[in-house]
Design a protein. Sequence first.
Length: 272
Amino acid sequence: MLRYAARRIVTGIPTLLGVSLLVFLMLHFLPGDPVMLMLTHPAGQSRPLMKEEVTDELYQRMRRQLGLDQPLGVQFVRFVTRAVQGDFGNSFRSDLPVRDRIARNLPFTLQLALAALALSLGAGLILGVLAALRHRTWIDTAFMALAVSGVSMPSFWLGLMLILVFAFYLRWFPAVGSQGWKALVLPSVALGVRAAALVARLVRSSLIEVLHQDYVRTARAKGLGRGAVVVKHALRNALIPVATVAGLQFGNLLGGAVIVESVFGRPGIGHL
């Protein structure tokens, strides 16, 4: 197991370097001039300069300070070296270290992603089991229609609808903020609905397949009740692929949290 993990880590290094190079080149060749941006829109209390006030000497001095006068290869090596050490430079907006801002905002994003993951696993498990046990009935059809709708629904649109209904009309939950558990309900629902739909479909298909296995028929032939057969034999094996998907979904939820945080005005990675 350790050998397999080590091999996967080693083979993942070229991928990380390739992604880092792609990000670096995209940032370098995208339209815009970071030097001019920092001079005309400085962070902190510095007086912004008009473009006409930016002299060539001042412009070149800022380029040297940022290391932008060096070859691309040198810039990329410095970029990767500092990133490995956790040094991401300073923010253009606040002039504070990006590392400190990430450390301050990341717990809010993790809280939202974990809440959405718990919601998606719980709701997806319940809907998937009920749909599998009522296979080829109207309950199965209705639940799978809900699952398809959940997969197709953008999180930002769902977030706006949740704010409109539950925050403005019913006034059950706050529309924005991060204080208290109520402020976590609507964002976690908006973020977790798509994952819950995927889990429900996976649980349904996996459980239907397991219920037709020989050992399940044997358990029924021995006189075990339907509940015991499902819980002790079928469901335990049907949840194996769900455990694998849960880790992948958590990564997707972390990425989706950026959009949801913007909709609900929550502090987090989306507000860096």
